[in-house]
Ligand binder design. Sequence first.
Ligand SMILES: NC(=O)c1ccc[n+]([C@@H]2O[C@H](COP(=O)([O-])OP(=O)(O)OC[C@H]3O[C@@H](n4cnc5c(N)ncnc54)[C@H](OP(=O)(O)O)[C@@H]3O)[C@@H](O)[C@H]2O)c1
Length: 313
Amino acid sequence: MTTTMRAVTQDILGGPEVLHLIEADRPTPTTNGILVEVRAAGVNAIDWKIRQHGLWLTPPFTLGWDVSGVVVAAAPGENRFAVGDEVYGLPGFPALAGGYAEYVAGPARHFASKPKTLDHVSAAALPMATLLAWQALVETAKVRPGQRVLIHASAGGVGHLAVQIAKAHGAYVIGTASAAKHETLRGLGADELIDYRVQDFADVAHDVDVVLDLVGGDYEDRSLSTLRPGGLLIGVTNPLDVERIAAKAAAVGARGVTVDVAPDHAVLEHVAALVDGGRLRPLIAETFPLAKAAKAHELAEGNHTTGKIVLTM
Ligand SMILES: NC(=O)c1ccc[n+]([C@@H]2O[C@H](COP(=O)([O-])OP(=O)(O)OC[C@H]3O[C@@H](n4cnc5c(N)ncnc54)[C@H](OP(=O)(O)O)[C@@H]3O)[C@@H](O)[C@H]2O)c1
């Protein structure tokens, strides 16, 4: 049996052109780990930000965290999954997982059984986006039926899934998105949509209980004016900014927090149940073969996709 695999790597930080295909050694699962033959890998905004700026990582490295595939080996004693099981997950984040590759090894507890009603491409679109949306809206905000939730960039990779997770918890969902995307978002359950290009959302949205700010920058201050007293602003674009956001929110009688996504198989099991129950579906903006990862990054960086970009093996 061959012990190598195709992977996309980069040796330096830079534009999409630094991504290139190599023949690499297959990883081996360590304690409590599994080896997954990757069928599809999701592309996230953090991928192109790290490709460009490194952030907490130094090249050479293989990007990618969202994966869906088939278990091909398990570490001795690991018994959550058996060879042949179909799984999806966000292994290792924020440590490197090497998802842009034909094989990935990671802790078994960072994976869950793939939703039965989805193929691997759609399943690979889910982990990071649904984990973030769930950890923000369900675990942090504890969204309750009838609460008004404002989701910025509601058509994006995280946003369109956050809309559905908020709806599944009974919220009244207001989204910001350009007009061409409103019909799609209504189909996913959004109650009210604001075309941020022609209207200032801060003039329209009011008495909001929770803002999920997927845009950042001046959206932070403007979002605070939409909150009811005691409402909650959740920032995710710079999780280290928590003290600043908390102080700004407190100054106007609101609350401010940040959320940084973390692997959690229990959340992925809830997500799979929503998907298989017909209450959550990912939209796929475009798929690219692994070798075209640079093209996928160009599209992602454009910042105007609807749904998720996915690499296929
Ligand atoms: N903290 C964490 O753990 C964590 C985890 C995952 C993601 N994130 C962050 O969350 C953010 C969103 O990620 P994503 O994957 O959803 O990004 P994405 O898919 O690239 O977002 C694209 C969407 O953004 C919309 N958009 C762009 N500018 C907008 C604006 N000014 N107002 C409203 N919508 C706007 C676009 O809609 P239009 O075409 O209509 O403009 C498009 O649908 C990123 O900053 C990412 O780094 C954080």
